[in-house]
Design a protein around this ligand. Structure first.
Ligand SMILES: [Zn+2]
Length: 254
């Protein structure tokens, strides 16, 4: 925008840049047997990080069955006082690892395996890498019960899908889970940040936070005279059907 004077009549369109065709659809089942409602989504801004998974609501209680989303093996078990609390990692043959966190307990063979290791180490906190053949999992096995362990502000399941090789988290919403969301995100404010000495908005390089009018995907900013180098920011929240929680947006295009 350098050296261009622009008279703005802005409207914005925000959407999730989904390339779902790049990801296996329907390979993973739900980790729950209740409808999925989210209290947090992928990429949401947290105080010191971006949220790496989905927070699935568990009807405000602990003890819901947690199911293996696909065949695989338990590749990691980590129990800590903070963080993910009781966490379980299942590696699948298609290149992804599913992560289940803030659990109340581990079920069946996994539970016995953990208890044995805790006694052996004489420690509650533990980290285990059982290996490919120790704890084999079939899609739909109950592997744990949901909880509120670790740094969790209420009962829920924190669920992630990671690329196994790189441990890079991927947006689970790209894998075709049945989560209803036809409510458009809401843009609250736009921030206009002229680069000091190099840009200006309405004649100054002071940052401006402007409340937007409009809704349902169409917003008006009014008239703003800008020149030079300008950075912009948006304050956006996204609600999903059936839940009052404020989630974040995964990506923004302007
Ligand atoms: Zn979470």
């Amino acid at each position: 925008m350098n050296k261009i004077k622009i008279l703005f009549f802005y409207f914005f369109c925000i959407q999730i840049a989904v390339n779902a065709q790049d990801y296996p659809q329907g390979y993973f089942r739900s980790p729950l047997d209740i409808p999925i409602f989210l209290s947090g989504n992928f990429g949401e801004i947290r105080s010191n990080h971006f949220h790496a998974g989905l927070d699935m609501k568990t009807e405000s209680v602990e003890g819901k069955n947690i199911y293996a989303v696909a065949d695989g093996y338990v590749s990691r078990i980590k129990i800590g006082q903070g963080g993910y609390g009781k966490a379980l990692y299942v590696t699948h043959p298609n290149g992804y690892t599913s992560v289940y966190a803030h659990l109340q307990s581990y079920e069946g063979e996994i539970g016995e395996y953990v208890l044995k290791a805790q006694y052996k180490k004489e420690s509650y906190e533990i980290e285990l890498f059982p290996g490919k053949n120790a704890l084999l999992i079939t899609k739909g096995d109950v592997i744990a019960l949901s909880g509120n362990s670790g740094g969790s502000g209420g009962p829920h399941l924190h669920f992630e899908l990671r690329e196994t090789d790189t441990e890079t988290p991927v947006n689970p919403l790209l894998f075709g889970f049945d989560i209803k969301d036809d409510i458009k995100p809401t843009i609250k404010k736009i921030g206009i940040y002229p680069v000091p000495g190099k840009g200006s908005a309405n004649g100054s390089d002071n940052p401006k936070l402007i409340e937007l009018s409009g809704g349902n995907g169409v917003y008006k900013l009014g008239t703003l005279k800008m020149s030079g180098q300008i950075a912009m920011g948006l304050e956006v929240l996204d609600k999903l059907n059936g839940s009052s929680n404020r989630c974040g947006v995964y990506s923004i295009e302007l």
